[in-house]
Design a protein around this ligand. Structure first.
Ligand SMILES: Nc1nc2c(c(=O)[nH]1)N[C@H]1C(S)=C(S)[C@@H](COP(=O)(O)O)O[C@H]1N2
Ligand SMILES: [Mo]
Length: 377
């Protein structure tokens, strides 16, 4: 006997979705949580972007020391905790995604396109972000650029969506439900899933919870001198140059006196110690005790004016992060060092031997390792 399939209209209509949690009240609460998460991710993401690519008029302060560590930790860990929220929301509303007929009017078509952009944009941001912090780049585009521009599209769609839904959501959450549907249990489960993601990753930035960070791609204490390494000296191709006895640190550009300092010269200069974090854009961070020469002492020796911009260059030949800019608030800060030691021992080759830049409130990608040249612009 041939089994007759159920009519499509039934499968695509409400009848096929038996759980009563495909429900406006659940969708409204999850929507509020997602709106707050994406707003937070957007703001912290812009902070990270503009710290790395400041337009000419924008100057970032060098304090508080741990500000970037906090905003970027929030961006990444908060983004991870958003994944269960988004999955729950998609599950709650997916009967609507399959509604029949798919388009009822021009207005309805626009609304559905908006929802498509919202769903696709959210999934894209969370999935590419997750792959990026896991050091997996299966996509053909450059992650920071794609993640940055998609954020504007997503936030645009989100603002329109919130405007459209605001009155309904308000009404829904302000009235008492008449039925006891088990919504609270479902929402608590989703919140717990987000909480577990946070607890098992936040230790990569917040050391008291380091032991719980079983899902974090970077762990505290793993790596030479107890600090994680993103790019090793071998990967950067600097192992020979970094150990060259003829190494000189050049201070050049718009200076009154050019300097060329050997490692012994650097070690003979007044040394200072600062407790500063490496705060990677990928969300992990680690505090360490750095000892070395103040960048501002070197620049004063070279006779540089207070408002100059400084370019730091690495021995590394290629690579996206071989140079970084240091603006006046950062290089005038007494905590900004060309570090020669970390945690009481000479820098490991992988941490930037002979010397590395370390400055407060700055993304890890701008803490240049294997420094060979300081150019005053
Ligand atoms: N020259 C150079 N410096 C660099 C990098 C690099 O690729 N090349 N990577 C940066 C990044 S992304 C981070 S997070 C920190 C990591 O520092 P660590 O290896 O000392 O932990 O170094 C930064 N300094
Ligand atoms: Mo990084």
């Amino acid at each position: 006997m041939v089994r007759v399939p159920e009519p499509l209209s039934r499968v695509r209509g409400r009848a096929a979705f038996t759980s009563r949690l495909h429900d406006e009240r659940v969708a409204a609460w999850l929507g509020i949580a997602l709106g707050l998460s994406f707003a937070t991710a957007f703001v912290t993401g812009l902070i990270s972007h503009f710290m790395q690519h400041p337009p000419g008029w924008m100057v970032w302060p060098s304090r508080p020391v741990n500000l970037y560590r906090f905003t970027q930790g929030l961006h990444v860990i908060g983004g991870l905790a958003t994944i269960p929220l988004l999955l729950a929301k998609l599950w709650t509303v997916y009967p609507k995604l399959l509604q029949w007929p798919p388009v009822r009017s021009a207005g309805h078509a626009i609304e559905r396109i908006l929802v498509f952009v919202l769903v696709a944009g959210s999934l894209f941001q969370l999935v590419t972000g997750l792959f990026n912090i896991a050091y997996w780049y299966p996509f053909p585009f450059f992650f920071p650029t794609a993640h940055y521009w998609t954020a504007y599209i997503l936030i645009g769609a989100l603002v329109v969506h919130v405007t459209n839904e605001w009155a309904k959501v308000r009404r829904t959450v302000m009235t008492r439900p008449e039925d006891g549907l088990g919504r609270r249990g479902f929402l608590l489960t989703v919140a717990a899933a987000g909480g577990i993601v946070t607890l098992t990753t936040v230790g990569e930035a917040f050391s008291p919870l380091a032991k719980l960070a079983v899902l974090a791609p970077r762990r505290r204490g793993v790596g030479p001198q107890g600090l994680p390494v993103n790019k090793s000296a071998a990967a950067a191709g600097v192992t020979t140059a970094a150990r060259d006895p003829d190494y000189r640190l050049l201070v050049t550009g718009r200076v009154q006196r050019e300097l060329a300092l050997s490692l012994d010269d650097l070690n003979a200069l007044p040394s200072h110690t600062a407790r500063l974090p490496i705060a990677c854009v990928e969300g992990w961070s680690a505090g360490a005790t750095w000892t070395g020469v103040r960048l501002r002492d070197l620049l004063h020796m070279a006779g540089v004016s207070e408002d100059a911009r400084i370019r730091i260059e690495s021995l590394e030949r290629g690579g996206l992060y071989r140079t970084s800019w240091v603006d006046p608030p950062h290089w005038n800060d007494p905590l900004t060092l060309l570090a020669l030691q970390v945690n009481g021992a000479p820098l490991d080759l992988d941490h930037g031997h002979p010397c590395r830049l370390i400055a407060p409130n700055r993304p890890g990608v701008m803490q240049t390792k294997w420094v060979s040249k300081v150019t005053v612009v």
